[in-house]
Design a protein around this ligand. Structure first.
Ligand code: PEP
Ligand code: MG
Length: 904
């Protein structure tokens, strides 16, 4: 059985309704069950799509009979017959997979029209213009989606008619019936000419071809790309929903709209959305006309009467009723598509609404207060990675800018918050190309379509001249967490002359070109010329509450990777429980230091080196003091020098001369020494502990600086917990040597200070050999911190600096050789296995061995879940990733608890 009538043939066995009937089919089924007005219809299952694909485009046996029976039942329900010449039933055919893929697959509306039935529809509706408008739309959609004829050709036919009528700017809704009739004739000719076959007059033939086209669209390039981008896996195909048409374009008592049960941008508990009178649903989503607000409250002052609420109060009331019922049924914010046909509201779709991180946090916290969900559900409901958006920078408030004489050049709809600065590009391919070259770009389009998705992803921000809050650009931008200003009608985007003309509020005209820099304020929907300063993100009041709940469920500790006191303070404000990695080489980068460091590296001998180390030592000590003060009361892990030596060697002539002068020698000598230090493969070269072994004075200086700083801070009442960490260790013996060095230095420092400070000594685990001999290494280490960047590099034997050049080919390979970039998401099978081995062996030697991760993976939710599963003590990540890490850690604990056998 492949066909399921909404609300009737309910038996789908043990299968998940979502996976089997797709999100849209499952939602329609639920709505019918709740008694919400839905046009009758049926769903063809995702399994049928798979069977069709397996059979190379053949419908499974019996499907056509099942569809015909369901069509007959639908006809009876609405009192019309499919293909009837007098009062024809028209249907829509829509895709709908288990995961939401907005606009990626195909939809065909108004199926069932031909030259005969269109006349019947004209009579039965009493509206000839409407009937031919419906027919024109069918020919265009069917021609495009099913028969592969370019959409622009049909649009041109309509534009030609408008020109013939002497009004190129005429709205579609005003094109008269006779002109639409001519567009229909022309559209059929276009199909014949460009597809090489005729548009099928047989209505069932239309239906079969449309169903097949929707099945086919599961694998169209943009759908495949979208699934990959959104990490949607394991689905077998799309379902197809065939549904009786209701018409939003029957006149001014009809219309279409989209409603969110809460504001998807900020989470406020108000019905939020848009509405277009006398229009079909795709007009709203396509963003061709700029819609009106749903509610009086959401309308501009003085325009309340134009809103859906103001103009059709009864139809609005029935939408509100359905929205309330749906939200409490699903206990989550819903995104609803509806159509009003002659004053009666029908719901066409409901799904969990996509939302910004800001809205996600607020909705989750509010719903706990409303008693709709538990705190645990709230913690699980917010996508940890999306929190990144919350920390997005913003432009200064418009009023502040105005005071400084900075006015926007155009205003639009604040479709996705944040700030973005970049150079204008008009085409998605350009956005992708320039972004790959490291440029920051803003994609400016009249409107976006699913074909633009790669450019939207590459751009810093998105601007469209038409379309509203629910247009493609807005929905996709919010999903991607990109700043977006939509429906900016003050912009004219001309692809032919490569210009963007903005009309300012003062009536001035500003002409911009690709390459010009603009600044976007997605929070207020404003565009500014040039580059404005950016401010740190604003706080969402509910954020702290959610974080508190998350922390209550988290077993994994969360530290930060920070090298400066400023970073450390930011990290603390984001909830860091210590520093997990301070990379001391980063402290050497400052301009006034780098020369001393270069001289130290290029010193003639140990005595010469000692002079330079003595210059560096006080700088290091004061850095560490600042760090300890900033982290008062919390542990601070300081990693001894692990430099990429080549980055510290002089390069230009000027640098060589400066070093030669400082060292009291000539440029040729310095060049010779630099040449001698050159490494073929610095990543596997003279780095980390190897430097500590060959030039012990360097690490000794650092250990002394750490312990002296700790003693000085303790003297000032700062509670210090220093942890000295040795990088790139592969032999237990290396660590043993360094531990003896540390003990000797500590005795000296504490002897001089007259007091001892507790400190820990440990190592990074970032080489496979270290994992395998972790039992021996643990004899000399009180903690291990997994350097999963190097561990991934050395386990795969893939250079972390060069991986990007070829790893994408592995991900794009037809056999998807690598599901994820292992440098971003821990390869749990391989690298993770080494982490497990090292943890087990290390703890076998030392039961209280502290374990953490300080590679980039420490801020990646799935890697964090792995860290929790292996039983590590903490993860350490960059400061802006801390909220993500805290939430991901809590989610890992909650999921583990849900999976644990009862009683454990
Ligand atoms: C690592 O290798 O994971 C690490 C944190 O060290 P670095 O990135 O500095 O090599
Ligand atoms: Mg490393």
């Amino acid at each position: 059985m492949g066909v399921y009538v909404f609300g009737f043939s309910d038996d789908i066995g043990k299968r998940s309704a979502r996976e089997f009937l797709g999100g849209k089919g499952a939602g329609l089924r639920e709505m019918v069950g709740l008694g919400i007005p839905v046009p009758p219809g049926f769903t063809i299952s995702t399994e049928t799509c798979k069977a069709w694909n397996d059979a190379k485009g053949q419908f499974p046996k019996g499907l056509t009979d099942e569809v015909k029976a369901a069509m007959a039942a639908m006809g009876q329900n609405v009192g019309r017959t499919f293909g009837d010449a007098k009062d024809p039933l028209l249907v829509s055919v829509r895709s709908g997979a288990a995961a939401s893929m907005p606009g990626m697959m195909d939809t065909i509306l108004n199926l069932g029209l031909n030259d005969l039935t269109v006349e019947g529809l004209a009579k039965s509706s009493g509206n000839r213009r409407f009937a031919f408008d419906a027919y024109r739309r069918l020919l265009q959609m069917f021609g495009d989606v099913v028969m592969g004829v370019e959409r622009e050709l049909f649009e041109k036919a309509l534009a030609d008619e408008k020109r013939g009528l002497g009004n190129t700017g005429m709205p579609d809704s005003e094109v008269p019936a006779e002109a639409l009739e001519r567009v229909c004739v022309k559209s059929k000719q276009i199909i014949q000419e460009h597809a090489g076959r005729a548009f099928p007059d047989d209505v069932y033939e239309q239906l079969w071809q449309a169903i097949a086209a929707v099945f086919r669209s599961w694998d169209n390039p943009r759908a495949v790309r979208y699934r990959k981008m959104q990490d949607i896996r394991g689905l077998i195909g799309t379902a197809v929903n065939v549904q009786a048409m209701v018409f939003g374009n029957l006149g001014d008592d009809s219309g279409s709209g989209v409603a969110f049960t809460r504001n998807p941008a900020n989470g406020e508990r108000v019905l939020y959305g848009e509405y277009l009178a006398n229009a079909q649903g795709e007009d709203v989503v396509a963003g061709i006309r700029t819609p009106r607000a749903l509610t009086k409250r959401g309308s501009p002052v003085g325009r309340e009467g134009d809103s859906f609420e103001g103009s059709m109060p009864d139809a609005f009331a029935s939408l509100v009723d359905a929205a309330n019922r749906l939200e409490s049924h699903f206990a989550d914010m819903q995104d609803i598509e509806f159509t009003v046909e002659r004053g009666r509201t029908y719901l066409l779709q409901t799904r969990t609404g996509k939302r910004t991180a800001h809205a996600a946090v607020r909705i989750a916290v509010d719903m706990v207060a409303e008693g709709a969900i538990t705190k645990e559900q709230a913690v699980l409901r917010v996508d940890a990675l999306a929190l990144d958006q919350l920390l997005h920078a913003r432009l200064p408030e418009p009023a502040t800018l105005k005071k400084r004489g900075v006015e926007p050049i155009a205003a639009g709809i604040p479709a996705s918050p944040g700030a973005a600065i970049g150079a204008i590009v008009l085409h998605a391919d350009d956005a992708e190309r320039l972004a790959a070259e490291g440029k920051e770009v803003i994609l400016v389009r009249r409107e976006t379509s699913p074909e633009d998705i790669h450019g939207m992803k590459a751009a810093e921000g998105i601007v469209t001249a038409t379309g509203g809050m629910t247009s493609h650009a807005a929905v996709v931008a919010r999903g991607l967490g990109k700043c977006c200003v939509a429906g900016c009608s003050a912009l004219t985007v001309d692809y032919e002359t490569n210009t963007v003309i903005a009309r300012t509020a003062a009536g001035k005209s500003v002409t911009l070109h690709p390459g010009d820099t603009i600044s976007l304020d997605g929070t207020h929907g404003l565009i500014y010329a040039g580059e404005l300063e950016v401010e740190a993100a604003a706080k969402v009041p509910e954020f702290d509450t959610l974080m508190e709940w998350a922390d209550a469920h988290r077993t994994l500790g969360v530290r930060t990777n920070a090298d400066t006191a400023r970073q450390a303070r930011t990290a603390r404000s984001f909830g860091a429980e210590g520093i997990g990695l301070c990379r001391t080489e980063h402290m050497f980068f400052a301009e006034e230091r780098v020369e001393a460091v270069r001289c130290m590296a290029l010193a003639e001998d140990d005595a010469d080196r000692a002079t330079w180390l003595a210059k560096i030592a006080p700088m290091q000590r004061s850095d560490f003091e600042e760090l300890f003060e900033a982290m008062d009361g919390l542990p601070v892990t300081i990693r001894l020098l692990d430099w990429p030596l080549h980055e510290f060697l002089p390069t230009g002539e000027r640098e060589f001369e400066a070093v030669a002068r400082a060292l009291g020698t000539d440029v040729a000598t310095v060049k010779r020494r630099a040449e001698a230090l050159h490494e073929v493969n610095p990543m596997l070269g003279h780095r980390g502990v190897r430097l500590g072994i060959t030039q012990p004075a360097v690490y000794r200086m650092q250990i002394r600086a750490i312990l002296e700083a700790a003693a000085a801070c303790a003297g000032k009442g700062v509670r210090v917990f220093p942890e000295i960490m040795i990088p790139v260790v592969s032999l237990a013996e290396e660590l043993s040597v360094l531990r003896d060095e540390a003990t000797a230095v500590a005795d000296e420092v504490f002897g001089a200070a007259g007091k001892r400070i507790d400190y820990r000594f440990g190592t990074m685990i970032e080489l496979p050999r270290a994992c395998l001999v972790a039992d021996d290494i643990a004899k000399h280490a009180e903690f291990f911190s997994f350097g999963t960047n190097d561990l991934t590099q050395t386990t795969f034997g893939i250079s972390r600096d060069d991986a990007a050049k070829f790893l994408s080919a592995y991900a794009d390979h037809p056999r998807a050789l690598l599901e994820h970039d292992p440098f971003a998401r821990l390869d749990t099978r391989g690298v993770g296995e080494l982490v497990r081995i090292a943890s087990t062996r290390g703890r076998a030697t030392r039961a209280d061995l502290k374990l953490g991760i300080c590679g980039e993976h420490g801020g990646d939710p799935s890697s964090i879940a792995f860290a929790a599963e292996v039983g590590l003590d903490y993860v350490s990540c960059s400061p802006p990733r801390l909220p993500i890490a805290r939430l991901a850690a809590a989610q890992a604990s909650l999921r583990a608890k849900a999976q644990a056998p009862r009683g454990s």
